[in-house]
Ligand binder design. Structure first.
Ligand SMILES: [Zn+2]
Length: 397
């Protein structure tokens, strides 16, 4: 494509932390690089490449989610959004060559913002390439998707992630092996974890606590669930601190905190979420009374952080469920949390093998609810109470 057949719009899809933004930026560099030999682009040393690496190339336009809801707004007023990008692209290129717009996490565009994007995607200004990245392409309007050439980035083999960590100097071999398992084929997640060793420890403790939760009473489950949220919040902030210390602007932390492979979250899910919100709201007084102390500190933390912590916990919970299922199927070599293998084996023996199917569906639903305006604590309480229990009809409604 770079050597001649570049489409107007690319949609790069794949799980969070797999390398979508890195790839999009490499393509942008390939388009803006000015070295004579096209096969050398991006050269990494020309004027354009240097400007790109300093983040100040005038013909690279970048848009990414911002604010509490982590969305890309329509913009045009107080906050930068799609309208501002469209206006910038209507001007002539500063350098007179190609012009590239990278929309990071385009699936976080509001529906208004997506509509405002359509015309530009349909008839982009001359010599302009739009590159969109999306972890969950089902959140994009079909009209957006149909105007883009799609490039799917899949999980990277565990061994390759391990090599990348060692060769990049992020981790020594034994840690690299452990982190590569946890990262499940996502190099960005692996690097983020390797930079924050305490995050690996917290992650492991959270996994072990989830396994202990199977035998806990209802009251204990509610208390422990709040504690788990505190720990996943600490996990997210340690990853964020490690990322910003190494100067990549916390991209890794965002990757960790963002929802992962929640499928089937189409537009119909919005209605379902609000119904759920009403149903869950009825539970509030009982939940609050059961644990008034836990509700106190949570109320002071910004909603976006509480939601990110809950999404982080749901992601670890999904890994624990998956690992329990693998052990039950007699495939312990593939588990992600290899240090929990003994606990996984002892808990797995006590469960109905079909539990994982119900549990994964509950976790998927929890992810959808967290995207809506539902209290993260209540979503986690519901998961804690239902953990390993047989599914009820009301769970799916
Ligand atoms: Zn160059």
């Amino acid at each position: 494509m770079l050597r001649g057949g570049m489409p107007h719009a690319l949609l790069v899809t794949g799980p969070a932390g797999v390398g979508k933004t890195t790839f999009a930026e490499d393509v942008a560099a390939g388009l803006l690089c000015v070295v004579a030999d096209r096969s050398e682009r991006p050269c990494g040393t020309c004027r354009a490449c240097r400007a790109l690496s300093h983040g100040n190339h005038p013909d690279l336009h970048r848009l990414a989610p911002t604010g509490a809801g982590s969305v890309i707004p329509i913009g045009g007023r107080d906050e930068r959004g799609v309208r501002d990008l469209v206006r910038d692209l209507a001007l002539l290129p500063v350098e007179g060559g190609a012009r590239v717009a990278v929309i990071v996490s385009a699936d976080r565009m509001t529906e208004d913002a997506q509509s405002a994007m359509l015309k530009t995607l349909e008839e982009p200004p001359a010599a302009t390439v739009l590159i969109l990245t999306a972890a969950d392409e089902e959140r994009l309007l079909p009209t957006i998707r149909s105007r883009c050439v799609r490039i799917r980035l899949g999980p990277v083999a565990r061994r390759e992630v391990e090599d990348l960590l060692v060769e990049g100097g992020y981790a020594e071999a034994p840690t690299a092996a452990r982190v590569a398992r946890l990262a499940a084929g996502r190099p960005g997640e692996a690097v983020a974890l390797a930079r924050a060793p305490e995050a690996i420890t917290i992650r492991s403790e959270v996994g072990r606590t989830l396994l202990d939760l199977v035998a806990a009473t209802r009251t204990d489950r509610l208390r422990i669930a709040r504690d788990l949220l505190t720990r996943t919040a600490a996990l997210a902030s340690s990853v964020a601190a490690a990322s910003s210390a190494s100067g990549d602007g916390g991209e890794g932390a965002a990757a960790v905190a963002r929802p992962r492979t929640t499928r089937g979250r189409g537009r119909g899910a919005v209605a379902a979420t609000s119904t759920t919100a009403t149903a869950l709201a009825d539970v509030t007084p009982a939940g609050a009374a059961a644990d008034p102390e836990a509700a106190g500190p949570a109320a002071k933390v910004p909603a976006s952080e509480r939601r990110a912590a809950a999404l982080g916990l749901v992601a670890i919970w999904r890994d624990v469920t998956r690992d329990l299922a693998l052990v039950a199927l007699g495939q312990p070599a593939d588990v992600r949390q290899i240090d929990l293998l003994d606990d996984l084996e002892s808990v797995s023996g006590r469960l109905d093998p079909a539990f994982a199917v119900d549990q994964l569906r509950r976790l998927e639903l929890a992810g959808e609810r967290l995207e809506g305006n539902v209290s993260p604590e209540l979503v986690i309480d519901a998961l804690a109470l239902g953990w390993t229990a047989p599914a009820r009809v009301s769970d799916a409604s």
